[in-house]
Design a protein around this ligand. Structure first.
Ligand SMILES: [Zn+2]
Length: 714
């Protein structure tokens, strides 16, 4: 979650030996007393002092951290010696450590433990941070030095990792306006500042609507809901001061099971409407105008650099290379996906008619009747499957897979030996199974709580690099499972189990990194989901099923017939899944290819979906007004297609395992997996890395087969 995109400068005194003492004094003065800036202490090369973090320290820490880093930058930029890789690029890689540390805490306070106080500080800091980044990315002297190193390396290439850092650093400065004249640079910085404020507003509006549209049920409105769901809904309601009621919160993890099981159609409509209207309620928290403003500013900004549109600028260093390639892939799959929706709706309508429900399938009916079709067609009861999916066992299963493929061993650290930010967070040490070599720590924050953002994600507090001595990895996984009543196991859906594996894939990608410089840790957006998506496949391997998917009461493994049904059912509802996803990905791309002058977001979304032939029975997975991937920052802007891009690789790579003698546990393929697909991160061009793994480029056919779609003739 923490962007290391602009890494800057070693301590000034390393570079400017003459003024070393002065620099050191200034440095010490800034570092005093603020825990968030300080070096991490304790075992495991030091870990974040999560137990001591305080919102009250954030503002000062960020401001001082920025100041320190700018001092470091100046020292590099003003170095009187000729620019070299060491005194410029490596120095930049080494810089900014205190601010990086602050951002570890900042990330927790923004994603895991948000509060009104923090959001206030965050809103205040957002424009300052953006200004800070601009100061670095638009530092003329610094850029001239980078350019000199880059140009020299074109004559005399450096060793491959060094060369790649130089290339990536130069490209990034260029993409961020370093080659612009003074006037344009000024406007560029202004735009970024405005954007960062808008991003913060956007996400706070979504969070507001998630927290403020709770549906409270009474005793007679619980039809169809499972006992565990009811129990947790009761607990949430009582936590919110509504004893005796049941709360359906406005998040995916509450909405999804409710819409799947509730027999009360009016309530389904209400919960659905609340969820899909987030950021779109025409009040103070409405995001439509903010989005239009964001699109205009983005277009203006890339226009300064000479690009026609944001997508063109964004995709140049992605695996897809340009928007045309991304659109081509999406539009190849779209007709098969929407055709499948038609079949699914027909099946559901039939079930509804047989039940005498006298309805026409509406979007709030999709999950409900899909579940009925699933039970009928595949005789698969999600709730029965859940009985075999315990969070603890799934965690063990992931450790097993990591042991088989990566040779890792996970051992719980002694309680309270590593500080955590909440009592629910647990920590494991990761070591090599044979040598016992320490690799890092894995933090797990499994449960939903107020102030935690929805969904699941992975992040690092420290990444592995070797250029200043090998560092260990501190990686975390975060989810929103509903915390069970004391003594009960957490039972999760097949989808949630898949996501749990997915996020663990990100963590393994962090642990397996074998790169020298922080910049090479960076993810390539349409490639970085591939590794995690691939790891999902191990959930349904026989070894995992037989050992870890056991009944939470009896301990018996999941029956083979049920597993067969799950496997058979894996292509079920792919019309829904693929279409709701692709609709979001297509809108993301089309919004950024469109002319944003006078754009009406609501109208644009509606008309574009019409043109595409979006089936009326389902919505986009993320409607534009709450599409946080795209508008709460730039992380996934014109990049949501990346999940499918990565999925093509995933399906194709899975077939490499399926075809191998040892299947998903084949040692030879696993070694290649680690060596080419996980360890290099961005130290190697992704297309080249994939070719080394597979012996050829990925093909789309495996993806179509996986989803049960007809394979197009090439
Ligand atoms: Zn992911």
């Amino acid at each position: 979650m923490i962007s290391k995109s602009i890494k800057v400068a070693v301590l000034g005194c390393i570079i400017l030996l003459t003024s070393c003492k002065e620099e050191q004094k200034k440095y010490d003065k800034l570092m005093t007393n603020n825990i968030l800036l300080q070096e991490w202490e304790g075992s495991y090369q030091g870990t974040p002092a999560f137990d001591k973090m305080d919102v009250a320290d954030v503002k000062e820490a960020v401001e001082k951290g920025m100041k320190l880093q700018l001092q470091e930058i100046d020292a590099i930029a003003n170095n009187e010696h000729d620019p070299t890789f060491e005194n410029t690029i490596a120095a930049m890689e080494s810089a900014g450590k205190p601010l990086d540390r602050v951002f570890t805490y900042y990330g927790i306070m923004s994603s895991n433990m948000s509060s009104p106080e923090f959001r206030e500080v965050q809103a205040e800091l957002a424009p300052k941070l953006s200004e800070f980044r601009s100061k670095i990315s638009q530092n003329e002297k610094l850029f001239q030095r980078i350019k000199a190193v880059y140009e020299a390396s074109q004559e005399n290439p450096l060793e491959s990792q060094e060369q790649r850092v130089v290339d990536l650093t130069y490209k990034q400065f260029e993409m961020n306006g370093a080659n612009l004249d003074t006037e344009k640079k000024k406007r560029y910085a202004e735009i970024n500042k405005e954007l960062s404020t808008l991003y913060t507003k956007f996400s706070n509006n979504v969070l507001h609507d998630e927290e403020n549209y709770v549906t409270y049920l009474t005793n007679d409105q619980l039809g169809g809901l499972s006992d565990s769901f009811i129990k947790s809904a009761a607990k949430i309601a009582s936590d919110k001061g509504q004893d005796g009621k049941y709360a359906i919160t406005n998040t995916r993890s509450s909405m999804d099971p409710f819409l799947t099981y509730s027999t009360n159609r009016d309530l389904r409509e209400q919960v659905w409407t609340n969820y899909y209207a987030r950021g779109d309620n025409g009040d103070d928290y409405d995001n439509n105008k903010i989005i239009a403003e964001i699109l205009k500013l983005r277009k203006e900004r890339v226009g300064l650099l000479g690009y026609d549109n944001y997508a063109q600028w964004r995709l140049q260093d992605r695996m897809a290379k340009n928007p045309e390639n991304a659109m081509e892939l999406m539009l190849k799959v779209w007709p098969a996906a929407t055709a499948r929706v038609k079949e699914e709706v027909t099946d559901m309508q039939k079930v509804a008619n047989e039940l005498g429900d006298n309805i026409t399938i509406e979007p709030w009916d999709y999950r409900y009747y899909a579940e009925k079709v699933r039970q009928k067609k595949y005789d698969l009861d999600s709730d029965e499957v859940k009985q075999y999916l315990q969070l603890d066992k799934l965690t063990e299963a992931m450790f097993f897979v990591a042991g088989e493929l990566f040779n890792y061993k996970f051992t719980p650290v002694e309680e309270s030996s590593v500080p955590v930010f909440h009592e629910d967070v647990k920590v494991w040490e990761v070591t090599d199974k044979d040598s016992g070599k320490h690799i890092g720590l894995w933090y797990l924050d499994p449960y939903a709580r107020e102030g935690k953002r929805s969904g699941a994600w992975a992040t690092t507090y420290r990444s592995s690099t070797t250029f200043e001595g090998a560092t260990n990895v501190l990686a975390s996984n975060n989810s929103n499972f509903v915390k069970p009543a004391p003594g009960e196991s957490v039972l999760v859906s097949w989808d949630d189990a898949t996501t749990f594996f997915h996020e663990f894939g990100h963590a393994l990608h962090f642990f397996a990194a074998d790169v020298k410089y922080p910049t090479l840790q960076g993810g390539v957006r349409d490639y970085t989901e591939f590794q995690s998506q691939l790891l999902e496949r191990w959930l349904s391997t026989d070894k995992v099923i037989n050992q870890f998917l056991v009944h939470h009461e009896t301990g018996t493994p999941i029956p083979t017939e049920l597993v067969e049904k799950i496997k058979k059912a894996s292509t079920f509802n792919q019309g829904f899944g693929t279409t709701e996803y692709l609709a979001s990905a297509l809108i993301d791309m089309k919004l950024h290819l469109a002319d944003p002058t006078n754009i009406d977001i609501d109208k644009f979304e509606r008309e574009t979906l019409d043109e595409l032939g979006m089936p009326k029975e389902l919505p986009m997975r993320h409607r534009t007004p709450h599409f946080g991937h795209v508008f709460s920052g730039e992380g996934y802007a014109t990049a949501y297609y990346g999940y499918m891009w990565a999925d093509v690789l995933t399906s194709d790579a899975s077939e490499a395992f399926r075809e191998a003698e040892g299947g998903f546990y084949d040692k030879n393929v696993a070694d290649k997996l680690v060596m080419y697909l996980f360890a290099p991160r961005n130290a190697m061009d992704p297309a080249e890395a994939y070719r080394k793994f597979r012996g050829r480029d990925a093909k789309i056919e495996a993806l179509m087969r996986d989803r049960g779609f007809p394979v197009p003739k090439s």
